[in-house]
Design a protein around this ligand. Structure first.
Ligand code: ZN
Length: 241
């Protein structure tokens, strides 16, 4: 218990700082700006202090407050604290879940804002999922490998089915790779759990949007964000591959 009292605030603070890095990458990657460019207000483009990427700050000119930045950083702080609370007895597992959460949060954040899934975010998540299991055990590596193949196969199937039903892909090819990295992170044992959680959340969101007439059957839902969110929940519940 005493260990938790020391560890959880450290995990939360680290999460808050790394969450800032996730938010900065999610902002800079789609715009093509260098990561270390001077921060600017997203509304009026006025320059902000250097450290404002780490601590959200109100713009001195247009008074805009970066709510999304604060929200992302807080969410990641809570998630990392949850990961260390859940897997305190096994630091390697807590470390693997934390790293997975950071990559999934980045994928979710970019898909949410830009409806895009970047290979530079998925491929590292996929490799990370596979390589980190080598630190755990050969059985874990095998579970991650089978999980990633199963995820890719399942989504390739959905992709084909979407093509048959709608004459256009209901999913992007990025989703197929995302499913592969989800399988690598959760292992085959919990791949379906992670996907089911994400799909349920996406379905509920779609029903809610349709009920409020805010969307049509063909509207874009940031599906990748829901899948990444479902995976984070699955990792916290059942642990990594
Ligand atoms: Zn401004």
């Amino acid at each position: 218990m005493e260990v938790a009292i020391v560890f959880l605030p450290i995990a939360a603070l680290t999460g808050f700082a790394l969450g800032a890095l996730v938010e900065l990458t999610a902002l800079r990657l789609p715009s093509g700006q260098p990561l270390l460019a001077r921060p600017a207000c997203p509304v009026c483009q006025a320059p902000l202090p250097r450290w404002s990427w780490l601590i959200p700050r109100r713009c001195a000119f247009c008074r805009n407050f970066p709510r999304h930045q604060l929200l992302s950083q807080t969410a990641i702080a809570v998630l990392l604290a949850a990961a260390w609370w859940r897997f305190l007895a096994d630091p390697l597992q807590a470390f693997r879940v934390s790293l997975s959460i950071l990559f999934l949060a980045l994928i979710a954040r970019i898909d949410w804002a830009h409806h895009l899934i970047y290979l530079v975010t998925i491929i590292p998540a996929l490799l990370l999922g596979l390589l980190l299991t080598l630190l755990a055990s050969p059985a874990a590596f095998l579970a991650a490998l089978v999980g990633s193949l199963a995820g890719a196969l399942l989504f390739a199937l959905f992709y084909g089915l979407g093509w048959l039903l709608y004459r256009r892909p209901a999913l992007g090819s990025g989703d197929v790779l995302l499913a592969a990295s989800i399988g690598a992170l959760t292992g085959w044992q919990h791949l379906l759990h992670a996907l089911a959680l994400g799909m349920t959340a996406a379905a509920l969101a779609a029903v809610w949007l349709l009920a409020r007439r805010r969307a049509s059957r063909y509207s874009y839902l940031p599906y990748g964000s829901y899948l990444a969110g479902g995976t984070i929940l699955a990792l916290l519940l059942w642990g990594p591959a």
